[in-house]
Design a protein around this ligand. Structure first.
Ligand SMILES: Nc1ncnc2c1ncn2[C@@H]1O[C@H](COP(=O)(O)OP(=O)(O)O)[C@@H](O)[C@H]1O
Ligand SMILES: [Mg+2]
Length: 338
C-alpha cells in the first residue's frame, strides 16, 4: 500500500538561479500522478529533491509525520527505502549483467540469502517482461529493455512510492504504449504511489489520475486528470493540447509583443479535444485508485469537451483503446533475446 507525499512551498535554486519556487502538491495514496513541463523546467531536479538527493532552499516534503529536508542522514536513509526510482537512462551499472543490476539494492540494503534474492529478482524481471535477459549486459539490450531493467531494480525493495523520470523518452510509440500499460498494471498490483515525469502528452492524457505542469519556474497547476484536460487556463491548455498558439514559445516564454501580435491577428484557439478514457489494467480488473470516467467533471459542474470518455476517442493520431488490446503475457516477447 502506498503512502501520501505532501509537498509544501518547495523552492530550489542553483547559484542564485531559481529552478522552481513555492511548489505545493499532494501525491495521493496509490494514485498515479504525472509531472509535465518543457525541458529544463526542473522536473528531474524535483524528483531528486523528493528522494533527498538534492536539498531544497525552502519548503517541506511530508511523508506521514516526517519532513524529508529536516531529517538526519540516518533517518533519511530509512525513508529513502520507501522510494523506488527509475532514472532517465535506467542508470544501470554498465559492467554488471541485468541480474546483478536488479539484485544490487537487495544485496546493499538487506541480508537476504542468495536463494531469496534470486526469487525476488526473477519475480520482478517477470513483472517487467524481462525473464531470459538476466545474463545480458546493459550495452547488449535495447533502450526499452534497459528502462524495464531499471524498473525491475526500482521494484525489488517493494517501494511504497515509485518515481519515473521520463520512462518514455527515446522509445517509439509502440514501446511507449507497452510501457504505459506496464505502469498501469504495476500500479494495480503494487498499489504504490506513482509520480511520472514525462513530456509525452499522450502519456499524460491517458495514464494518470492527476496531472501537474511545471512552467516558468512555478507549478502552473496540479490536480485530477479531468480538471487539467478540461482547463481553459492558457498555459495548461496549450501544453496539454500541443498547440503553437498560447504563452509558451519556441524558447520558453513568448514576450508581450508576440502575444499581442497573436491576439491582434485574431487567431482562434482550436476547441479542446475530447478527454480520452483512462488506460485500464490489462487483466480487466479495476485499480484501487481509479475513478469513474467523468466523475470529476460531474462533481465540479464542468462540461467535458464533446466526445469525451468514448472508448475510441482519437488521441494524437491513435486510439486511446489501442494500448490495452494486446493480450496479457505477450509483453515484449519479441524483444527478449534468445
Ligand atoms: N546539480 C546541478 N547543479 C546546477 N544546476 C543544475 C543541476 N541539476 C540541474 N541543474 C539545472 O536545473 C535546471 C533544471 O534541470 P532539470 O531538472 O534537469 O530539467 P528537466 O528535467 O525538466 O529537463 C537546468 O537549468 C539545469 O541546468
Ligand atoms: Mg529531466
Amino acid at each position: 500500500m502506498g503512502v501520501e507525499v505532501r509537498v509544501e512551498g518547495l523552492t530550489k535554486s542553483f547559484g542564485g538561479h531559481p529552478v522552481w519556487a513555492d511548489v505545493s502538491l499532494t501525491l495521493p495514496v496509490g494514485e498515479i500522478s504525472v509531472l509535465l513541463g518543457p525541458s529544463g523546467t526542473g522536473k528531474s531536479v524535483f524528483l531528486k529533491t523528493l528522494v533527498g538527493l538534492l536539498k531544497p532552499d525552502r519548503g517541506s516534503i511530508w511523508i506521514g509525520d516526517r519532513d524529508l529536508p529536516r531529517l538526519s542522514e540516518r533517518d533519511l536513509y530509512e525513508v529513502r527505502r520507501l522510494f523506488g526510482v527509475l532514472f532517465q537512462d535506467g542508470a544501470l551499472f554498465g559492467s554488471m549483467n541485468i541480474y546483478d543490476n536488479v539484485a544490487f539494492p537487495l544485496r546493499e540494503h538487506t541480508r537476504k540469502p542468495e536463494s531469496q534474492v534470486r526469487a525476488i529478482v526473477q519475480q520482478k524481471l517477470e513483472m517487467v517482461g524481462l525473464l531470459g535477459a538476466e545474463d545480458k549486459l546493459p550495452g547488449q539490450i535495447s533502450g526499452g529493455m534497459r528502462k524495464r531493467a531499471g524498473l525491475a531494480r526500482a521494484l525489488v525493495l517493494d517501494p511504497e512510492i515509485i518515481l519515473f523520470d521520463e520512462p518514455d523518452s527515446g522509445l517509439d510509440p509502440v514501446r511507449t504504449a507497452y510501457l504505459n500499460q506496464l505502469i498501469i498494471d504495476l500500479n494495480q498490483q503494487t498499489e504504490a504511489t506513482f509520480l511520472i515525469v514525462t513530456h509525452d502528452i499522450n502519456t499524460a492524457r491517458t495514464v494518470p489520475d492527476n496531472i501537474g505542469l511545471l512552467y516558468h519556474a512555478h507549478l502552473a497547476m496540479f490536480g485530477p486528470r479531468e480538471m487539467l484536460l478540461s482547463s481553459e487556463e492558457p498555459v495548461v491548455r496549450q501544453f496539454l493540447n500541443a498547440q503553437r498558439i498560447g504563452p509558451i514559445g519556441m524558447a520558453e516564454e513568448k514576450d508581450a509583443d508576440e502575444l499581442e501580435a497573436e491576439a491582434a491577428s485574431g487567431v482562434e484557439l482550436p476547441p479542446l479535444p475530447p478527454i480520452p478514457s483512462q488506460l485500464q489494467p490489462s487483466n480487466g480488473g479495476p485499480r484501487r485508485a481509479e475513478r469513474p470516467p467523468g466523475q470529476w467533471c460531474r462533481d465540479n459542474g464542468v462540461t467535458p469537451p464533446p466526445g469525451s470518455f468514448e472508448m475510441n476517442t482519437p488521441v494524437a493520431g491513435r486510439h486511446a483503446a489501442d494500448t490495452h488490446e494486446y493480450p496479457p503475457g505477450t509483453l515484449y516477447q519479441s524483444e527478449v533475446p534468445s
